[in-house]
Design a protein around this ligand. Structure first.
Ligand SMILES: [Zn+2]
Length: 420
C-alpha cells in the first residue's frame, strides 16, 4: 500500500532502508537469476554478505539497455533476467522501442502490486484522492505505463475509468458523462484532446477535470507545455517519469519543483556519462527495490538529469530532479557545433499557438542540420518562432509552416524527431 509516512523519513533512515532492501534483493536473486548471477560473479560478488555498505554497492557494475537487448536476443523470448520459473509471472509488457529493439518485461503478482504502490506515490503527489474519478484515455496495449497508473488509482481508492477502444470525441463524452476529475495521459494527447474538444464544441475548462498527470514523455516538465495544458483544462498538470523495464520512479508534488524520485522503492544516482563518476548533472542511474522477479540494479537510463539542492517545501525528503528529465542523452543533436536537445526546441515552440510540430534532422557531411515544421498560421507565425529559437538556442534553424492537421498525432510516446 502507498504509505505517506515513508515520504518524510529522515535521510539516514531512508538510506538504511534502501540498503537493507537491496541486500535482501541480492540475496533472493544471486544463484536464482541467471542474468545477475553471471554478471555479479564476473564482478567478484559471490554472496549477498559481500554487500556490506554503500561503497560495495557503488562497485557493482553499471548495466545498459544494450546488454538487456542482447540477452533477450540470445535467449528468446524473455531473456535470462528471471528470478523465478516462468509460471510465476502474470503480466507481460513491452518497451516502446523508440530507441531501438523493444524489450519484453515480465511481472509477478508481487511486482504488479509493487507497480500499483509506486503509482500510488505518483497520484498522491498530484493530490489525487479517494473521491476522485481518474480517466485513462489509453488503448491498453503492451505499454505498461497507463496500465500501472490504472492499478495505482484503484490501489489509492479512487475510481478508475478505462478509456480504451474509443476515439477522442467518444472519450470526451465519457469524461463528461462520468464526471472525470483526473486525466492521465501523455502531454501530447492532453493537448490533442483540447483541440478535439474545441472542434466538438466542448469547453474543456468547463469539465470537472482538476488534475492532469502525464507520463510517457517529458513534456509536462517543460514550462510552456505545462502552461498550455493547465490553461486549456483549467487544471494543474503534473509530470511523472517511469520506464517499462525499471518502474514508475519519479513524480511531482504540489510544489511542482522538479521530479521527486520515490526513494523508498528506488535508488537514484547521477553520473558523468563519460567517466561513470558521481555528478550533479549527468545520466540518471536507477536501481529498483520491489521487482525481485526481474530486477534492475545500477541501470543506466540514458536520461539526462540535474539534482536539485536543498529540501522541497512539500516536506518530502526524496531527492529531486530539477526540471524533470531534461532529455535523452542519445537524442542530443549537434547543430553547427551547438548541443541542442529536442526538448529545448519544444520548450520554445510551445510558447506559440502551434498545434503540432516535427523536427527533421538532415545529415550534412559530418554535421546535423535541423528543420522545424510547424502547424501554425502563416509564414509570419513561423518567423516569430524562428526568431525565438535563435534567441533561445543561439543558432538559426530552418523553420517552415505546414498545413493544419498534416503532421502525425500521438496517443503514446510522441516521435517528433525524424531523421531524413
Ligand atoms: Zn516536493
Amino acid at each position: 500500500m502507498y504509505d505517506a509516512a515513508l515520504e518524510t523519513l529522515d535521510p539516514e533512515r531512508l538510506r538504511a532502508r534502501q540498503l537493507a532492501r537491496l541486500q535482501a534483493q541480492v540475496e533472493a536473486v544471486l544463484g536464482a537469476n541467471p542474468f545477475w548471477t553471471a554478471r555479479w560473479r564476473t564482478a567478484g560478488l559471490t554472496s549477498a554478505r559481500d554487500l556490506r555498505g554503500w561503497d560495495d554497492v557503488r562497485r557493482l557494475p553499471l548495466l545498459d539497455k544494450r546488454a538487456l537487448v542482447e540477452d533477450q536476443a540470445a535467449h528468446p523470448r524473455f531473456g535470462t533476467n528471471l528470478t523465478f520459473p516462468l509460471e510465476r509471472y502474470v503480466r507481460v509488457h513491452q518497451t516502446s522501442g523508440t530507441s531501438g529493439t523493444p524489450l519484453y518485461w515480465l511481472d509477478t503478482q508481487e511486482s504488479w502490486e509493487w507497480w500499483a504502490r509506486c503509482w500510488g506515490f505518483v497520484l498522491a503527489g498530484a493530490g489525487v484522492r479517494r473521491d476522485d474519478r481518474a480517466f485513462f484515455p489509453f488503448s491498453f496495449g503492451l505499454f505498461v505505463g497507463f496500465w500501472a497508473g490504472f492499478e495505482g488509482a484503484r490501489a489509492l481508492g479512487a475510481l478508475a475509468i478505462p478509456g480504451g477502444g474509443q476515439d477522442s470525441p467518444t472519450r470526451l463524452a465519457a469524461m463528461q458523462t462520468l464526471g472525470a476529475t483526473v486525466l492521465v495521459c501523455t502531454p501530447s494527447y492532453a493537448l490533442h484532446l483540447l483541440q478535439v474538444a474545441r472542434e466538438c464544441g466542448i469547453d474543456p475548462a468547463a469539465l470537472p477535470v482538476r488534475v492532469t498527470v502525464h507520463a510517457g514523455e517529458p513534456g509536462a516538465g517543460i514550462p510552456s507545455v505545462r502552461a498550455r495544458i493547465e490553461a486549456g483544462w483549467d487544471a494543474r498538470a503534473y509530470d511523472h517519469a517511469g520506464m517499462t523495464e525499471m518502474g514508475a520512479y519519479g513524480f511531482e508534488c504540489e510544489a511542482q519543483a522538479g521530479l521527486h524520485v520515490n526513494e523508498t522503492e528506488f535508488i537514484a544516482e547521477v553520473i558523468d556519462p563519460a567517466t561513470g563518476r558521481p555528478a550533479t548533472e549527468g545520466e540518471l542511474v536507477l536501481t529498483n527495490l520491489g521487482r525481485v522477479g526481474s530486477p534492475l540494479i545500477r541501470y543506466r537510463t540514458g536520461d539526462r538529469v540535474r539534482l536539485a539542492s536543498g529540501p522541497c517545501t512539500c516536506g518530502r525528503t526524496f531527492a529531486r530532479l530539477e526540471g524533470g528529465v531534461l532529455g535523452r542523452l542519445d537524442d542530443m543533436l549537434i547543430v553547427r557545433g551547438v548541443n541542442v536537445f529536442p526538448s529545448a526546441i519544444e520548450a520554445i515552440v510551445r510558447r506559440f499557438p502551434v498545434e503540432e510540430f516535427q523536427i527533421e534532422v538532415f545529415r550534412a557531411g559530418e554535421l546535423d542540420e535541423v528543420r522545424v515544421l510547424l502547424e501554425v498560421d502563416g509564414d509570419d507565425g513561423a518567423r516569430r518562432v524562428q526568431d525565438a529559437l535563435r534567441a533561445g538556442l543561439g543558432i538559426r534553424l530552418q523553420v517552415a509552416a505546414v498545413a493544419a492537421g498534416s503532421l502525425p498525432r500521438f496517443e503514446l510516446k510522441a516521435r517528433r524527431v525524424v531523421r531524413r
